[in-house]
Design a protein. Structure first.
Length: 64
């Protein structure tokens, strides 16, 4: 079973993107399942035409 959530937007100088994902698989035999959570956030700010400030963050956690 998988679930996704994405959000993005921005304006003239700022853009943002965020995502969240969960993945749950019970497996076919005992102790073969997988649970994973991932997330990501990106932020961009255009200071001027030649300068852009960016922050990128990602996280992942898996249990088997």
């Amino acid at each position: 079973k998988e679930h996704f959530f994405n959000l993005s937007g921005g304006g003239e100088k700022t853009r943002y993107y965020a995502s969240f994902n969960t993945h749950n698989n019970v497996g076919t035999t005992v102790n073969t399942g997988l649970n994973r959570v991932t997330s990501r956030v990106n932020l961009d700010y255009h200071v001027s035409q030649k300068i852009r400030f960016s922050v990128n963050f990602s996280y992942s956690n898996s249990k088997q």
